[in-house]
Design a binder for this molecule. Structure first.
Ligand code: C5P
Length: 408
C-alpha cells in the first residue's frame, strides 16, 4: 500500500471554486491526505461543509484560529504539495509579492513543497500587464502554472482565463508530486527541469478514410501520449501536441493540433518540427491507406460479396523527421509490437531504431491486454546503438517521466 502524501488545496475567491471540490475529491480517491485552506472569499462560492465532507478533514480559513498549534506555519510545513485552484488575479499578485495577510499566504510562505497553481479569471485580467508580470515572476520561481484554458467564461463571453479542467490540474499536480517524492527515494528537486524547452509530441491513432463514413484505424487510445504531454507540461516544457482521434481528453492548456489521417499528421508534425527541440512520436500511425477515397458511401449492393481494397504506403513520419532533423534536435520513437518473446521483441526494436534513425526508441508489447487503452505500460528504451538505457513498468505517467528523463 502506498504511503499517503499530504496535499494542501488552496481555494481562492473565484466562481471556479465550485470545481475545486472535484479536485479535492480526486486527490482523496488517489489515496492522498488532503487539507483545504480556503480564503474567506472562496467560502462565498462553495460551502465549508462540502469541502470538509469531501476532504475528510477540517477546513481552515482563519489566521487567528489554532494559534496555540502555530497553524499559520504548521499546515505549510507538513505539505508535500500545495495546489491553488482556482488562483484569482488577486491571489496571484499576492503570491508574486510574497504577501502573508491570510492563512493561505502564510501556509505557502512557510512551505518548501512544490506549488501548482491554476489561474482563473476574465481574459482582460489575465492579459493585464500586472498579471502577465506576476505570472512571469511565479514561473521564474519554478512554480507550475496549469492553464488557464480558453473557452466559455462565467458570463456570456469566452476567451483565455477559464480554469483548466479539474482532471488536468490533478494529473499535472500528481506528476509534480511524484517527481518530488519518488517512492523509496530521497525527495528530488521539484524545480521544473524542462523549463522553456520546446517539446513536440504526437499521440493517438490515425484513421485512414475509405469513404465519408468508414476508416481503417487502430486501437491506440492516446493515453501514453497525453501522459507525456501532461508530464512535460508539469516539468515546465512548452508542449505542442499533435493528436489523432484520442479516446481521452486533451488538456486544454496544451497547444494542440487535431489531425485525422497519417498524411494530416505528417503535415502537422513536419510544420511543428521546425521549432521543436525534442520530438516524441507516440502516435500509432497507419502504415498504409486506401489508394482512393470514395466520394459517396460504399454500398454493398454495388460491390457484391467481395470487396478488394487497394492500399498504398503512408510516409514514415518518424523516419522523415529524423532524416530532416534540425541541429541538436532530439527525436524519440515508439515501437509497439505484438511479439511476446522478450529477446525477439528487443531484436525488432534494434532493427527499427536503425531503420528510423531516431535517438531513442521506446519498445513496448501491445495487444488486447497490454499497452493500448490500459492504465499501465511496460517499456524498454533503446539508444541508437541498440543498448538498453532503461526498463520501466508502471503507470503511464511514470513511464512518461522516465521517457522525459532522456532529454538532457
Ligand atoms: O514502423 P512502426 O510503425 O513500428 O514504427 C513505430 C514508430 O514510428 C512510432 O514512433 C510511430 O509514431 C512512427 N511511425 C511514423 N510513421 C508511420 C509509421 C510509424 O512516424 N507511417
Amino acid at each position: 500500500m502506498k504511503t499517503p502524501r499530504t496535499i494542501v488545496v488552496g481555494i481562492t475567491g473565484g466562481i471556479a471554486a465550485y470545481k475545486a471540490v472535484n479536485i479535492v475529491r480526486a486527490f482523496v480517491l488517489n489515496g492522498d491526505s488532503v487539507h483545504v485552506v480556503a480564503t474567506p472569499a472562496a467560502l462565498r462560492f462553495v460551502g465549508k461543509p462540502t469541502l470538509e465532507a469531501i476532504s475528510r478533514n477540517p477546513v481552515h480559513t482563519d489566521l487567528y484560529e489554532g494559534v496555540a498549534e502555530v497553524r499559520h506555519v504548521a499546515i505549510g510545513q507538513g505539505a508535500d504539495l500545495i495546489v491553488v485552484a482556482p488562483a484569482t488575479a488577486n491571489s496571484i499578485a499576492k503570491l508574486a509579492a510574497g504577501l502573508a495577510d491570510d492563512l493561505l499566504g502564510n501556509t505557502i510562505l512557510a512551505s518548501t513543497a512544490p506549488l501548482v497553481i491554476a489561474p482563473a479569471m476574465h481574459t482582460e485580467m489575465w492579459n493585464n500587464p500586472a498579471t502577465v508580470a506576476n505570472i512571469a515572476v511565479l514561473r521564474s520561481r519554478g512554480i507550475t502554472i496549469v492553464g488557464p484554458g480558453v473557452g466559455r467564461l462565467t458570463g456570456t463571453d469566452s476567451g483565455a482565463g477559464r480554469m483548466e479542467e479539474p482532471d488536468t490540474i490533478v494529473a499535472v499536480a500528481l506528476a509534480v508530486l511524484d517527481r518530488a517524492t519518488p517512492a523509496g527515494e530521497a525527495a528530488a528537486s521539484a524545480v521544473p527541469d524542462l523549463a522553456g524547452r520546446r517539446v513536440l509530441i504526437s499521440a493517438g491513432g490515425t484513421r485512414e478514410p475509405l469513404d465519408p463514413v468508414r476508416f481503417l484505424g487502430n486501437r491506440s487510445s492516446g493515453m501514453q501520449g497525453v501522459a507525456l504531454a501532461q508530464a512535460a507540461l508539469a516539468r515546465g516544457a512548452r508542449v505542442t501536441f499533435v493528436a489523432a482521434n484520442l479516446e481521452v481528453p486533451v488538456p486544454t492548456s496544451i497547444t494542440t493540433v487535431l489531425v485525422g489521417s497519417a498524411l494530416e499528421m505528417h503535415e502537422a508534425m513536419t510544420r511543428a518540427a521546425e521549432t521543436a527541440e525534442v520530438i516524441i512520436m507516440a502516435a500509432a500511425v497507419a502504415d498504409y491507406r486506401p489508394r482512393s477515397v470514395q466520394v459517396g458511401k460504399i454500398k454493398k449492393e454495388d460491390v457484391g460479396d467481395t470487396l478488394m481494397l487497394e492500399l498504398v504506403k503512408n510516409p514514415d513520419i518518424l523516419a522523415d523527421l529524423a532524416a530532416e532533423r534540425r541541429p541538436g534536435q532530439l527525436i524519440i520513437g515508439f515501437a509497439a509490437e505484438t511479439e511476446t518473446d522478450a529477446d525477439r521483441l528487443l531484436a525488432l526494436g534494434r532493427a527499427k531504431i536503425t531503420r528510423k534513425g531516431c535517438d531513442f526508441l521506446v519498445v513496448n508489447r501491445v495487444g488486447k491486454d497490454a499497452g493500448f487503452g490500459t492504465e499501465r505500460n511496460t517499456v524498454t528504451v533503446l539508444d541508437r546503438r541498440g543498448v538498453i538505457v532503461n526498463e520501466v513498468s508502471g503507470s503511464k505517467m511514470s513511464v512518461a517521466n522516465c521517457i522525459l528523463d532522456l532529454i538532457g
